[in-house]
Design a protein around this ligand. Sequence first.
Ligand code: SF4
Length: 316
Amino acid sequence: MAAKRKKNDDATIDAIDLITLLTPPGAAGCYECEISRAAPGEEFDLIKIAAELPDIPEPIQRKPETIRPKEPSGAGNRQSLPSQSQPDLGNKNIQKSDKDLESLLSGMRKPSRPNRIEPLPDIAEDSLERIASEIAQCQKCALHKTRNKTVPGAGPQNSRLVFIGEAPGADEDASGIPFVGRAGQHLDKIITAAGFKREELFICNILKCRPPENRDPALSEMICCTPYLQRQLRLLKPSLIACLGNVAVKFVIGPDTPGITRIHGEWFNSIFEIPTMAMYHPSFLLRDAKRDKGSPNWQMWQDIQTLKKRYDALLQ
Ligand code: SF4
């Protein structure tokens, strides 16, 4: 009798654990009481419980946009982002097997993350100049101790397209102007060849101060600095963002975004809720001088043309 009670207790705990994993947000606790009211000795069928759960709400995560424009002919090496959709736990025709249940659970165990950044409070008479002046005084993170100049970003307030990199380098730290070093000059060549004029674009970084030795920005530094970028974007109201390099992409699009070599040229909804293309960082392109088909520079050329097409469509 005692052994049977223990078995039932274990089954109850298993069922509650399972339901905790599978319960939609806001419905927590709804099923535990149903289990506790079950008749003594009744066996719990975990598969049945999973299959009878209500529909899970639309998953909250960034996905490639469905409005992605057609790539120019010749761009044949893009890889589509693998589907990130959650398993349909509300499907009553679900095949009831342990394998299916395991796959359902593995899908639900993926860490959730916000798909947008919290809006900032309004700032009366905010302006790009005011933001730049606040950045110049900023001591919110330790990078203020090692910087020479802050690098807020550059470009006109009516820019429809914003390029975002991760952080200033040595040349930018010395001049206070974004993307002026070798990488910046390479980016200039690419955007000019594609038909953009640098003076019509806003170009900036997530961090406004240079990390020592050009190390990758720390997440805490990016979180600290992001309100400045957020305010800039709020004023600029760009229609498109080009996000340069893995670090910026993982921050602006999402931490579990596949690597840049897989998703460059793809469109996403970013945390700023602005259509964003993932692109190579020009410093990465400098490491490989090749221009032949399939090389990173060749891929960048395809991507910038895709971006230009969409940009031109905005202006029509
Ligand atoms: S990196 Fe950003 S948050 Fe840190 S000191 Fe510079 S401006 Fe301030």
